[in-house]
Design a protein around this ligand. Structure first.
Ligand code: MLT
Ligand code: MN
Ligand code: ZN
Length: 307
């Protein structure tokens, strides 16, 4: 099974269009050492031909252009993307759905009930796409494994996580199970497993158990510290208020690095969905070196894993 990082940035990407923080300025310099990053998404494939998109980024078209094998050109109208699975209804994970409207058949879309609810009300992409290609919705039930037609040999399982529904959702401050999920992605041929959670605000026993059973852990790398946006004067919000656990813990509580340290030896640990303010984006930073010392990688667009 192949897992490819199409976008490793958080909402806004790197550089963010209206941002002149140090990272965004450096990412605009061509040939510099801060690589630009598109907004969060991965693609998963059993055979390297058909791919399932997990989250549909606003940067989807650029991502498809930079991966020519995702256009196999077997017919006049064609794509390697056979379905979309969503982890939440955040803008950075769903707006790419609009870019798939030229499909010649309804788009298979797998998501939990609260996400399908947001996408039919506050951000009504599902009824809207009904006027274009149409959407064939499949309701995902947390804990119940599912497979995607045309993507044999791979099993997906949604694990509810504590994070945040999008700002436009009526459940922003009172999330329901399924508003935010981690995905377990199992290769049924090899028995190997990936864990993917671009938004994770708090660890619990179920989520940690799911991470412990995975060979590859691709997890929320949004912020280095929980007050990063406040410290830079860019926001008044703490990381927890926007649904992310920072890499460095606060007030003696564990951060993402501490949790990743508890995973079995040999687990491949990679941070993704990295906000443009995060110092780990600079490969020469002390923060990046600290991650490497813990055996943690920083995702880049185009990275691919064999699981
Ligand atoms: C988030 O995960 O908090 C998002 O990146 C927000 C957004 O898409 O603007
Ligand atoms: Mn996001
Ligand atoms: Zn910036």
């Amino acid at each position: 099974m192949k897992i490819r990082i199409l976008g490793s940035g958080a909402g806004g990407g790197l550089p963010q269009w209206n941002c002149n923080c140090a990272n965004c300025r450096r990412a605009r310099q061509s040939g510099g050492d801060l690589l630009p990053r598109t907004q969060s998404s991965i693609a998963v494939s059993g055979n390297g031909v058909e791919w399932v998109l997990v989250n549909a980024s606003p940067d989807l078209l650029a991502q498809l252009r930079s991966h020519p094998d995702l256009q196999p050109a077997r017919a006049m109208r064609d794509s390697a993307i056979v379905a979309v699975v969503l982890c939440d209804a955040q803008i950075d994970h769903v707006t790419g759905l609009l870019m798939m409207r030229e499909r010649t058949s309804p788009l298979p879309l797998y998501a939990c009930a609260p996400v399908l609810d947001d996408l039919s009300t506050g951000l009504p992409l599902v009824p809207l796409l009904g006027h274009y290609c149409g959407v064939q919705t499949h309701m995902v039930v947390p804990g119940e494994p599912f497979s995607v037609a045309a993507c044999e040999g791979i099993r997906f399982t949604a694990i509810p996580v504590e994070s945040k529904p999008p700002p436009y959702s009526p459940r922003r401050e009172s999330a329901a199970p399924g508003d935010n999920i981690a995905l377990l992605i199992d290769n049924l041929d090899t028995g190997r497993r990936a864990f993917y959670a671009p938004g994770l605000a708090q660890m619990n026993a179920d989520v940690l158990g799911a991470m412990r059973g995975a060979d590859l852990v691709l997890v929320d790398g949004t912020f280095w510290t929980a007050t990063e946006m406040i410290d830079l004067g860019l926001s008044t919000k703490h990381a927890a208020e926007i649904g992310h656990l920072a890499q460095r813990g606060e007030d003696g509580r564990p951060g993402m690095i501490d949790w990743l340290d508890t995973l079995p030896r040999g687990t491949r640990k990679v941070l993704t969905h990295i906000n443009n303010t995060n110092p780990i984006l600079d490969p020469r930073s002390v923060e990046h070196a600290q991650l490497r010392a813990h055996g943690i990688d920083v995702a880049r667009d185009g990275m691919q894993f064999e699981v």
